[in-house]
Design a protein around this ligand. Structure first.
Ligand code: HEC
Length: 128
C-alpha cells in the first residue's frame, strides 16, 4: 500500500514538473534549436550540406559590428524569404511573449522574447 501510494505521488510530481515552464535562456534555446547544425560552440559544422555557417564570426564578417537585426531576421525568416536554404524558419519560437527591443538606431520593435534571448546569446559568442 505504502509503495503504491508513493509511486503514485512520484508520477504526479513528474507530471507537474513537466507542466511548469522552465525559464527560457538564450543558451538553452540555442542548444535546443540551433546547436544540431551550427555546433554546440556555434562554430558551424560539416554535418549538413551546405555547411551551417560559423556564428562566432558574424561580427567580423559584418564590418566589426554584430549584426543583430540580420541575426534575428534570419531566425524568423524575414532575411531568407527569397533564398531560403536548409535552415528552418522557427515559427514556434516566435509565438511566445513579445517585448520591446530597441535597435542600434534607437528604434523600438516589438520582438518575441525568444529571439531577443538568442540574439543576446550569439552576440556574446563572438570571437574576440
Ligand atoms: C537544419 C540546420 C540548421 C538549424 C537547425 C539552424 N540553422 Fe542557421 N543556418 C543553417 C544554414 C545551412 C545556413 C546558411 C544558409 C541559410 O540561410 O539557410 C544558416 C544560416 C544562419 C545564419 C546566417 C549566418 C551567416 O553567416 O550569414 C544565422 C545568424 C543563423 N543561421 C542562426 C541560427 C539560429 C540562431 C538557429 C537556432 C534558432 C539556427 N540558425 C538553426 C542551418 C541551420
Amino acid at each position: 500500500m505504502k509503495t503504491r501510494a508513493s509511486l503514485g505521488l512520484g508520477v504526479v510530481a513528474l507530471v507537474l514538473a513537466g507542466c511548469i515552464e522552465q525559464p527560457q535562456t538564450g543558451a538553452g534555446l540555442y542548444g535546443e534549436y540551433c546547436a544540431s547544425c551550427h555546433g554546440a560552440d556555434a562554430r558551424g559544422g560539416p554535418e549538413i550540406d551546405p555547411p551551417a555557417p560559423d556564428l562566432t564570426t558574424l561580427a567580423r564578417r559584418h564590418g566589426g559590428t554584430y549584426p543583430a537585426v540580420f541575426v534575428m531576421s534570419t531566425i524568423d525568416g524575414y532575411a531568407r524569404e527569397a533564398t531560403h536554404g536548409p535552415m528552418p524558419i522557427f515559427g514556434a519560437l516566435l509565438d511566445g511573449r513579445v517585448e520591446t527591443w530597441v535597435d542600434a538606431d534607437g528604434t523600438p520593435t516589438p520582438t518575441p522574447v525568444s529571439l531577443i534571448l538568442l540574439n543576446e546569446y550569439l552576440a556574446g559568442q563572438q570571437e574576440s
